[in-house]
Write a protein that binds this ligand. Structure first.
Ligand code: AMP
Length: 281
């Protein structure tokens, strides 16, 4: 497995691979890999000749009071696990090479970035779309894999790719969970053992709502109430949002239909966690 740090070298390598007729699969990440990340690498490996994984803690997607400086990092371990799961190249750029002081251009997807996570994290999605646009131009992938864990992010990226005619496919991959149901996240490392227990209420509430739907409940308000009750019964939780949305438009639903997704964001202690579940009838 190769580590590439220079943008120029990454572009030249990608160009060469394309000339050789190789299919490039791309997995963009912030690093600190867990099974969630590794599942994306494995999926890319099934479909691509060459799997490129980027590790870049992108400063522009973190708000001023967020955890950029404390974000967990472990490049040595990431390198090992990425290789074991089928990565061929890690693109690991330096921060000041990705954003020069003269950087003026941003990519902004309207409306769907202003709701849900966008309302509590202003500018977050602008950071995500801008860095993904840059990474797509650097890595030149035929497809990129995103996790459903960040459900809104995957919808926003698909919209950007469609609107700006990026020549690649976006593939999404299911949420990987711990044995007890907690969605894997690099941010879980911030949780104390008591908070970790309270964090289980996220998945438990989503499963409870899913069961209510299977038993015929179609009213989003009733589902939201049930989710709120379960999560707010825990001492360390503070709900940011609970919403039941159409999975393509992200519009809130007035009634559960064939296509629905329950998305939630909850502070557990100081850590903001997100989770979601399919909620079709
Ligand atoms: P991050 O490093 O947190 O930016 O995540 C990189 C990619 O991994 C994104 O596409 C995430 O959606 C995906 N991802 C993170 N956690 C999980 C998980 N538990 N299951 C599946 N995909 C995940």
């Amino acid at each position: 497995m190769k580590i590439i740090r220079s943008i120029d070298q990454m572009q030249k390598t990608a160009e060469l691979l394309r000339q050789e007729g190789k299919t490039i699969g791309f997995v963009p990440t912030l690093g600190y890999f867990h099974e969630g990340h590794l599942s994306l690498i494995r999926l890319a490996n099934k479909k691509a000749d060459t799997v490129i994984v980027s590790i870049f803690v992108n400063p522009t997607q973190f708000g001023p009071n967020e955890d950029l400086d404390n974000y967990p990092r472990n490049f040595k371990k990431d390198k090992k696990t990425a290789e074991m799961n089928g990565a061929d190249i890690i693109f690991y750029p330096e921060k000041n090479k990705m954003y020069s002081p003269e950087h003026l251009t941003n990519v902004y997807v309207d409306s769907i970035t202003e709701i849900l996570c966008g309302s509590s994290r202003p500018d977050h999605f602008k950071g995500v779309t801008t860095v993904c646009a840059k990474l797509f131009n650097i890595v030149k992938p035929h497809f990129a894999v995103f996790g459903e864990k960040d459900f809104q992010q995957s919808v926003v990226i698909k919209q950007m790719v469609k609107d700006l005619n990026f020549d690649l496919d976006i593939i999404t991959s299911p949420i990987i969970r711990e044995d007890d149901g907690l969605a894997m996240s690099s941010r879980n490392t911030y949780l104390s053992s008591e908070e970790r227990k309270d964090a289980l209420s996220l998945f438990q509430s989503l499963r409870a709502a899913q069961k209510m739907i299977q038993n015929g409940e179609k009213n989003p308000d009733k589902l939201k109430d049930a989710i709120t009750k379960i999560i707010s019964s825990k001492k360390n939780t503070k709900i940011d949002y609970i919403q039941i949305i159409h999975p393509q438009t992200l519009n809130p639903l007035k009634q559960i239909k064939e296509q629905a997704r329950i998305v939630i964001a909850v502070f557990v202690g100081k850590t903001r966690l997100i989770d979601n579940i399919a909620a079709e009838i």
